[in-house]
Design a protein around this ligand. Structure first.
Ligand code: AMP
Ligand code: MG
Length: 245
């Protein structure tokens, strides 16, 4: 096998070589052929899911206030083709907070979201209805399989369930299970991305990727996640659910 792989590095295709190995069963020959004919970048075509729905919420916050009923203020989700890593569809809405309608200075600075951008926007209940329509049209109707992907467990394990509970909203089942790409990174690279400016920033730095846009802005966080996922995929990572529910 090692010999075959070495040969492959020199000559791009060696289908005839595999077929000439008479002592290898036909089934194994086919498997070997399949494996060795793929260039490393083709490994990303071996994903379980046809589409990744990459999502990153921004929410109300206060400096160093941990016990805080946060509300989602930005709701972006990108439908990403798992073979090409191209964004095929986007959903984006700012969300008007209703419990604490005035954004803190800290929150506006961190997320770049202004009071004006949320003031006349739909509430979470309305945005979730719009998102449901988007999901039906662009994801659920085309019989392809998909999984949501986030950086960390905060978005789908904590933020969305707690706000839905607080506002008595139904949490759609399609969000679960999901992929925490920080865990995908750890599985591929053998260690968790170090914190510092946050795991997303750490993963970009450790993978030699430039930061796209501004961190803590929902759409650029999604774009950065997609670029991280593409690199992990090229390294052979198969994205699988990391959440239990
Ligand atoms: P992120 O996806 O990392 O941009 O963070 C999502 C949300 O977590 C932000 O919109 C804030 O509500 C909160 N958050 C992130 N970083 C901080 C921080 N350093 N201090 C307080 N809240 C934060
Ligand atoms: Mg973010």
């Amino acid at each position: 096998m090692m010999l075959l792989l070495k040969k492959y590095n020199r000559a791009q295709s060696f289908f005839p070589l595999v077929l000439s190995c008479r002592n290898i069963s036909r089934k194994k020959q086919v498997l070997l052929t399949d494996l060795v004919q793929k260039k490393p970048e083709d490994l990303r075509r071996h994903q379980i899911y046809d589409y990744f729905i990459v999502l990153d919420f921004e929410a109300t916050c206060e400096r160093s206030k941990l016990t805080y009923d946060q509300e989602i203020i930005e709701f972006p989700a990108f439908k990403v083709n798992s073979s090409t890593y191209q964004i095929e569809e986007c959903f984006h809405s700012f969300v008007r907070p209703t419990i604490q309608p005035i954004l803190s200075e800290f929150c506006m600075q961190l997320t770049g979201i202004t009071q004006f951008q949320v003031d006349d926007k739909p509430t979470l209940k309305e945005v979730m209805q719009l998102f449901d329509i988007w999901m039906e049209k662009h994801v659920l109707s085309d019989n392809k399989n998909f999984i949501f992907c986030t950086s960390g467990d905060w978005d789908l394990m904590k933020m969305l369930p707690s706000e839905c509970k607080m506002k008595n909203l139904t949490l759609p089942k399609y969000f679960y299970p999901y992929v925490n790409i920080n865990k995908s990174y750890a599985l591929t690279m053998g260690k968790w991305p170090r914190l510092g400016k946050g795991r997303l920033h750490a993963m970009l730095r450790l993978l030699d990727l430039e930061v796209f846009g501004e961190l803590h802005q929902g759409t650029s966080d999604c774009e950065n996640m997609i670029r991280i996922m593409e690199v992990l995929s090229k390294k052979g990572h198969i994205f699988k659910p990391t959440s239990t529910s």
